[in-house]
Design a binder for this molecule. Structure first.
Ligand code: GLN
Length: 279
């Protein structure tokens, strides 16, 4: 008797119990990726048999997941702001909490105003692409120090057919003209060098350069703040994602740099996660 979809998912779920918090979901996403089907298909056709070769390929993917590899790197894609994005090991896997950055940035963009917006450390382009897709009147510029990440972001822009976004390689805002942007957004690396969570779960597979920023996790934010001050237009906004315990220090840095209208925001898990500041 050939293995059915339902049986394969059950077996895979059991194999992933110890390595994932979401074993059934992971199994379904991996099979959906392999069969190029929507997960709903499995609910509708649980008795459908899998070919021997599909079964073998599926359990190869399940094995990779059981060894800790993130689902997004196995499938090469992650959804963010309902956009399907290509991701590779050169980019972070976009997080749901980063959608708060997008949400808040959209609030700052006046209707029908063609703002110039920069996304620093753009990675797969997640934030830049989400904003560009919501605001066709705006020009969005994604910057990343990694050429490979820029290539991924450009692929995503092409696949999403977004022409109001462009990407270029750079070291934060180094060399960028003064007063270039109405809004600067960043999800920079902000994890402290010795943070134990770097040794746990999906994070182990992600690029360290996109995660780690010196002993207290604030090195890059300390670089970005003065650069943003120079590159923002008058009354421009800076939107920074940060670690759950960093909000007071970041507020102090922004205040010392002369930013005003400081607002701290929490993510969906009610953790302090984003700061808004105005020049
Ligand atoms: N939020 C991520 C984490 O905790 C860190 C992302 C970042 O450094 N920008 O893994």
């Amino acid at each position: 008797m050939p293995t059915t979809i339902q049986q394969a998912i059950q077996t895979a779920t059991a194999k992933l119990k110890d390595s994932s918090d979401t074993p059934k979901l992971d199994a379904e996403v991996l099979l959906a990726h392999l069969l190029k089907k929507n997960r709903v298909h499995f609910l509708t056709w649980p008795e459908e048999p899998l070919s021997q070769i599909t079964e073998r390929f599926f359990f190869d993917l399940v094995e990779r997941r059981a060894e800790g590899e993130p689902v997004a790197y196995i499938t090469g894609m992650q959804e963010f702001w309902s956009l399907k994005l290509k991701v590779t090991t050169d980019t972070l896997i976009p997080r749901p909490e980063t959608e708060v950055v997008v949400e808040q940035t959209l609030v700052l963009i006046p209707d029908d105003t063609a703002c110039d917006i920069a996304d620093l450390g753009t990675g797969s382009g997640a934030i830049a692409l989400a904003i560009a897709s919501e605001c066709p009147q705006c020009n969005v510029f994604g910057i990343d120090q990694s050429k490979s990440a820029i290539r991924v972001a450009e692929t995503n822009a092409r696949q999403l057919d977004l022409s109001n976004v462009s990407f270029s390689q750079g070291n934060w805002l180094e060399g960028v003209d003064a007063h270039s942007f109405d809004i600067i957004v960043a999800n920079p690396p902000y994890v402290a060098l010795n943070d134990p969570h770097l040794q746990q779960g999906d994070v182990r597979f992600e690029p360290k350069t996109a995660l780690v920023s010196g002993d207290d996790g604030l090195d890059d934010i300390r670089t970005i703040i003065p650069q943003a001050k120079k590159c923002l237009k008058r009354k421009g906004w800076l939107v920074l994602e940060h670690g759950y315990d960093q909000q007071p220090q970041i507020m102090a840095l922004l205040d010392a740099a002369g930013f005003r209208e400081l607002h701290g925001l929490t993510d969906y898990a009610k953790q302090p996660r984003v700061v808004l500041a105005r020049l």
